[in-house]
Design a binder for this molecule. Structure first.
Ligand SMILES: [Ca+2]
Length: 340
């Protein structure tokens, strides 16, 4: 292309030289129009050159722009791939720990099956610990029980904290499961029992028909841990909007669930709160919203760096105030009369 252009410029040069020769001979003969005509030809030729250069410049800048766009697109694509890779690693890790845990539980069950004599009803983690002597924290299946009217249920048991026997009803730690779910999801439960989940209001109602303790463990992004325990905790059935009753606080995180005592459960599609506002949609979770929160354990999971100045995050006002979203939360229950 450049060669062509150079060739065409050379041709113009030659034309110019020819016409100059012509004007010289004209000058000899004494014609006065010659300098004017030569000047015009020069200007025309310069104009042509300028036009050519401009078009070359245009072409080059266009090419550069296209290259820049392509680099930008490549960066975006790499970033996307990176994020996908990260998600895959997290998933693989969780699967590995799940398999590991299952193997441990199977080994323990094999060991214990010989000495098992009790036929006590199994309806939560405390009975798995007491009548089956399962001492490893992990995922267990509670069998269906006709007498109690309970379906088969997968639960996560904490068999270590303060003597163990705790059934987890909620966990936040991974951050990939949205807790901005509707009434039905909160009724039946959602998420993954080894990751983030809500056990389900129907299940929580059933498990808290006997006198129950609630323990809430929290961790912030600085690695500090606090807890709040309630010596009395129960939840009504669906007809009564899973109303919360609790009492007898102890702990070091502050009593930030007391404000929610005696209130109904609300979700994005059911406003049962005590406020003109729709707290569940403002705080983006399902919870026993009053007007609206002193804690919001089912709020939005924010990662480090985005965890402050968030009023819809996983908040516990008694510890970090209204604008700090926690890194990890576990809510767990155990019968009041549990003895390790
Ligand atoms: Ca309302």
């Amino acid at each position: 292309m450049f060669k062509q252009r150079r060739a065409s410029l050379r041709k113009q040069d030659r034309a110019w030289v020819r016409s100059s020769n012509f004007t010289e001979s004209q000058e000899e003969t004494g014609t006065s129009e010659a300098p004017k005509s030569q000047c015009c030809i020069e200007v025309r030729s310069l104009k042509v050159q300028v036009a050519n250069l401009t078009s070359i410049l245009d072409e080059m800048s266009h090419k550069q722009e296209t290259e820049l766009m392509s680099v930008f697109r490549q960066i975006m694509e790499l970033d996307k791939q990176n994020r996908q890779q990260e998600a895959r690693v997290t998933e693989a890790e969780s699967k590995y720990s799940e398999i590991n845990n299952r193997v441990e539980i199977m080994q323990l069950q094999t060991l214990q099956s010989a000495t098992q004599t009790s036929s006590d009803a199994i309806y939560d983690c405390s009975s798995l610990l007491n009548s089956k002597n399962y001492k490893i924290s992990g995922e267990y299946k509670l069998p269906k029980d006709e007498f109690l009217g309970t379906p088969e249920l997968s639960v996560f048991c904490d068999m270590e904290t303060n003597g163990g026997g705790w059934t987890l009803i909620q966990r936040r730690k991974v951050g990939l499961t949205s807790f901005n779910q509707d009434w039905k999801q909160y009724k039946n439960g959602f998420g993954s029992i080894r990751g983030d989940f809500w056990l389900g209001n129907d299940n929580i109602f059933r498990l808290t028909r006997q006198p129950t303790v609630l323990r809430i463990e929290m961790e912030d992004w600085e690695g500090q841990r606090r807890y709040a325990e309630y010596g009395f905790f129960t939840v009504s059935n669906e007809l009564n909007s899973y109303k919360l009753f609790l009492a007898n606080y102890s702990g070091n995180a502050g009593d930030s669930l007391r404000y929610h005592n005696n209130t109904n459960f609300s979700t994005m599609n059911k406003d049962n709160d005590k406020c003109v506002d729709h707290c569940a949609s403002m705080r983006k979770g399902g919870y026993w919203y009053n007007c609206c929160t002193d804690s919001n354990l089912n709020g939005v999971f924010y990662r480090y760096g985005q965890h402050t100045k968030k009023s819809d995050g996983i908040n516990w006002y008694g510890w970090h105030g209204s604008n700090y979203s926690l890194k990890k939360v576990e809510m767990k229950i155990r019968p009041v009369d549990f003895q390790p």
